[in-house]
Design a protein around this ligand. Structure first.
Ligand code: GLU
Length: 449
């Protein structure tokens, strides 16, 4: 099972459990970081003295609000909205909004907590936060989504701002939703404040490469992990779960780097195409027509659809979970390793359970945890903020090159930190320790605030 916690850290974790009852995903995310950081406390006793861990585990501010809206039948609906402003040591709170029926405080807190360290790893001036709602955009009309987004922003606007808190997308929140929210923010505040949201449309303050960034970045991260082992994507068979924004651009970049993705999925099932997934079809189905992945097989008759299937049973050398949290359990991880998987790059946030992570680490495959591997999305959001701040817009090649450099530097930072702290090759420890130290140093500098 999981690593035992150091005796200094165990009581802190017990207090997290007691203070945040029932928030299992948040417990999982905090425990994973706490497992890594005991060696940091030995080198930096000031962090203990300043109670940095205790402070980091407690969000600076948590906002929960009612979101009433009217559906197309004229019926009033009520959802719950959240914004957890977790840590602003390194910059304004930064992190996406998730609209999904599974959303509750524990999900937003796990995501916000992860975001602190992920954002720190990018080296850019962004703190950590996350928000969202239990609203389910699936099956809703554009007008319903618009009314929901407007109501959501009618409360959220008072808490955010380009120097305060800068939301973006996550599951269920893409360009359409950001548009409706930006429009409402602008209307209420009477400010054309580009830097208040990222993931904006290209005609109104968005950045090239932001849409592609999480998927491209995760693939670059895996490319770097493979490089360390004298290997590359060339000729590799890959499985990418999900079929949203992250999955689509992961599949695209894998193909550019010489690999072949044979399967992807949605919450109903997976498709397997031994010739390699045809990206144009997936993009049209998911991005334009908002249909289900099973329809892929209507167009590509040789492909197979497995309803409620487990995508991890497909043999692959590289697995890139890009759907949601805890989608790879211990059994799945074992199956992947047994089937010859040599690298895992997490496009989603916390997609592997603690049992699964242990199996990957014990097998010594190249395992890139989400907070490092998927940091390209938020890093490009920070590039969008930079462009907004100087009212500029950069071209695709330049922006992609910036992303590539950032991913390389995150990889190297995690790799070297793991080495320095006695767990060579362990990107989990590397990411947790490197991210933590950046935030902790800033917190010490600020005093008890
Ligand atoms: N939701 C993304 C993440 O998990 C992106 C956040 C952002 O761009 O602010 O990192």
């Amino acid at each position: 099972m999981a690593k035992p916690l150091d005796e200094k850290v165990e009581p802190i974790f017990q207090s997290v459990l007691a203070r945040n009852p029932g928030e299992t995903e948040f417990h999982q995310a905090t425990r994973e970081v706490l497992e890594s950081i005991s060696p940091v406390l030995v080198k930096h006793p000031a962090f203990t003295h300043h109670k940095i861990i205790e402070r980091i585990c407690e969000p600076e501010r948590q906002i929960i609000f009612r979101v009433p809206w009217t559906d197309d039948q004229g019926t009033v609906q009520i959802n719950r909205g959240f914004r957890v402003e977790f840590n602003s040591a390194l910059g304004p709170y930064k992190g996406g909004l998730r609209f999904h029926p599974s959303v509750y405080l524990g999900i937003i807190k796990f995501l916000g907590f992860e975001q602190i360290f992920k954002n720190a790893l990018t080296g850019m001036p962004i703190g950590g936060g996350k928000g969202g709602s239990d609203f389910d955009p699936k099956g809703k009309s554009d007008e319903e989504v618009m009314r929901f987004c407007q109501s959501f922003m009618t409360e959220l606007y008072r808490h955010i701002g380009e120097h305060t808190d800068v939301p973006a997308g996550d599951i269920g929140v893409g360009g359409r939703e950001i548009g409706y929210m930006f429009g409402q923010y602008k209307r209420i505040t009477n400010r054309w404040e580009a830097g208040v949201l990222t993931g904006k449309g290209l005609d109104w303050g968005g950045s090239l490469v932001r849409t592609e960034a999480t998927g491209y970045g995760a693939t670059f991260f895996v490319e770097e992990m493979l490089k360390v082992r004298g290997d590359s994507f060339e000729g590799k068979t890959c499985v990418v779960s999900g079929s949203g924004n992250v999955a689509i651009y992961t599949i695209e970049k894998i193909a550019e780097l010489g690999g072949k993705t044979v399967a992807c999925s949605d919450s109903n099932g997976y498709i397997y195409d031994e010739k390699g997934i045809d990206l144009e079809t997936v993009q049209r189905l998911k991005e334009i027509e908002r249909r289900r992945i099973k329809d892929y097989c209507e167009i590509h008759k040789h492909a197979k659809y497995v309803a409620n299937g487990n995508i991890w049973e497909i043999p692959c050398q590289v697995a890139m979970p890009s759907a949601t949290q805890n989608e790879i359990n211990g059994k799945d991880a074992k199956m992947l390793v047994q089937n010859g998987c040599i690298a895992v790059g997490e496009g989603a946030n916390m997609p592997t359970t603690p049992e699964g992570v242990k199996i990957f680490l014990d097998a010594q495959i190249a395992y890139g945890p989400g907070k490092a591997a998927n940091a390209g999305g938020v890093a490009t959001s920070a590039l969008e903020m930079q462009q907004n701040a100087c009212r500029d817009s950069w071209d695709f090649e330049y922006t992609e090159e910036r992303l590539r450099k950032i991913m390389r530097s995150i990889h190297n930072l995690c790799y070297e930190t793991a080495m320095e702290y006695g767990s060579p090759g362990n990107y989990v420890d590397g990411a947790n320790i490197a991210g933590f130290i950046r935030v902790a140093k800033a917190m010490v500098a600020f005093g008890v605030v």
